[in-house]
Design a protein around this ligand. Sequence first.
Ligand code: GDP
Ligand code: MG
Length: 157
Amino acid sequence: MSTLERTLGLIKPDAVRAGKSREIMQLAELSGFQLLAKKTLQLSQERAEEFYAEHQGKPFFPGLVGFMTSGPLYAMVLGREDAVKSWRGLMGPTNSLTAREQQPTCLRALYGTNGTQNATHGSDSSASANREIAFFFPELQPDALEGPEATATYLQE
Ligand code: GDP
Ligand code: MG
């Protein structure tokens, strides 16, 4: 029996600007993910800093926040067996240039540009996924994240 796990995926502003959002969502679905919820939004500087709080103080942090606030993005709740690990596998290495060398068919190789502008985000653990889903989808009750009614609840969004 397979268990549905959820992860938070982002289509970052570079890929949205390039008009690749739909293609990335289609690839996600072809790779077995259910698109349980999605929304488009623009992050403020404060919200971007909060989302990436773990990286505060690192040299790339200001550039990362500038990039993440540079235009609209898509936030997605993705469901699949082993979703956290599978989505990170589909995205590939963090740096898009490395990704092109090591995993040319991954999302970051196909749609990203460099070390910062890398097209997609995925939660790094199920604890992060719960936190990040709540960050982007506060209107979804935590209860809606578990159990058989979850899909129906999400799809009403
Ligand atoms: P992820 O979980 O694979 O997205 O990577 P991290 O959590 O380590 O970093 C968050 C985001 O910061 C990455 O997706 C990149 O956009 C950016 N980033 C991470 N490391 C670097 C780096 O060494 N240089 C630059 N320029 N950007 C980075
Ligand atoms: Mg990360």
